[in-house]
Design a protein around this ligand. Structure first.
Ligand code: AHG
Ligand code: MN
Ligand code: MN
Length: 338
């Protein structure tokens, strides 16, 4: 076995010691999230053998039916992150309000947001799912210098304020994709060793692409700019684009974004007549993915402007998302302006 493998731990230590990009608290936080992702990966992998498939019989705050794995993944992330002393509070797709740190544990300066199980409609059909997370700094109280009141307001910071973001995808391999602001890096889980190994350093997204990802069943409801863009892609070689396009839609954002990081492409979940604000959630889906995509040389917009600049108004707010290869994202943006 090669001895020069770079583990996630070594990668983070180097960012802390050599580059001063992160501190020990943030390193512990990222390692703890990664450890929770290993546990979720294990639960996903066991599937029916552990009785993990199917509905939990409850709804979340957005009125969506929770799968057993939505609930379990949320519990794994909460339990793993409560005691480390580095968090002021946590927020999740599966919980209406921020989750405070229990009083018997110390508090820290960070806020952690997550989508514990992304793509949960794919669980029962054995298609890849994942976990998305975002880290913000908790604003200090105006008086005193103690840590902030970790209420919903503390979380409502634009995506530009993120200090780390990542996602795991539980696919043929379990992968962790991470940014702390110096590029986007991919790690593969070595199950025997139990560690994430740096296998995809400094991922770069090609600026051009001939592949798009969108749920075509919503076409009749799209806004005109998106309809125009997709119509032109579908026209292929004989149309204005002068080339044929390919289409993919996994319906797990983690997988669609991972594919774009690997070979380019454009991913769109636009606002439409049914989802007038968009479908994806700003704080724990769109923002972390946009940070990761930008750090890999791609672009991300809500159609009106840079997605990371959107000023959040609610923890579970939805937003239109158009991200991926830079030149294609710019083209869709120009159609919105037109
Ligand atoms: P979640 O399972 O966390 O609710 O997220 C699912 C999201 C995203 O992963 C995916 O891109 C999209 O919903 C799929 O939407 P459709 O069901 O419209 O295809
Ligand atoms: Mn999701
Ligand atoms: Mn989810």
């Amino acid at each position: 076995m090669a001895t020069s493998r770079i583990s996630l731990t070594r990668f983070l230590i180097e960012r802390q010691r050599d580059k001063a990009l992160i501190n020990a608290d943030l390193r512990l936080l990222i390692e703890t999230v990664a450890r929770a992702c290993k546990a979720i990966s294990h639960a996903v992998n066991k599937g029916a053998l552990a009785g993990n498939l199917g509905s939990a019989g409850t709804d979340n705050v957005q009125g969506e039916v929770q799968k057993k794995l939505d609930v379990l993944s949320n519990e794994i992330l909460l339990e793993a992150n409560e005691w480390g002393g580095n968090l002021a509070a946590l927020a999740s797709e599966e919980m209406e309000d921020p989750h405070p740190i229990p009083t018997h544990f110390p508090k820290g300066e960070y806020l952690l947001l997550f989508d514990p199980l992304d793509g949960s409609s794919n669980i029962d059909v054995n298609v890849s799912v994942g976990t998305i997370f975002s880290v913000l700094r908790c604003p200090k109280a105006a008086t005193g210098g103690g840590y902030c009141e970790a209420d919903e307001k503390a979380f409502l910071q634009p995506g530009t304020q993120q200090i780390a973001a990542g996602f795991a995808v539980y696919g043929p391999s379990t992968m962790l994709v991470l940014t702390v602001g110096d590029g986007t890096h991919g790690f593969t889980l070595d199950r025997e060793m139990g560690s994430f190994v740096l296998t995809h350093p400094d991922i770069r997204i090609p600026e051009d692409t001939a592949e798009f990802a969108i749920n075509m069943s919503n076409m009749r409801r799209w806004e005109p700019a998106v309809k125009r863009y997709i119509d032109e892609c579908l026209a292929g070689k004989t149309g204005v684009r002068g080339k044929d396009f390919n289409m993919r839609w996994v319906a797990s954002m983690v997988s669609d974004v991972y594919r774009i990081l690997t070979r380019g492409g454009i991913f769109m979940y636009p606002r439409d007549d049914k989802n007038t604000a968009g479908r994806l959630r700003l704080m724990y889906e769109a923002n972390p993915m946009s940070f990761i995509i930008e750090q890999a040389g791609g672009a991300s917009t809500d159609g009106n402007g840079r997605l990371l600049d959107v000023k959040p108004e609610g923890l579970h707010q939805r937003v239109a998302v158009i991200l991926g290869s830079k030149n294609e994202v710019e083209r869709v943006t120009s159609y919105h302006k037109g």
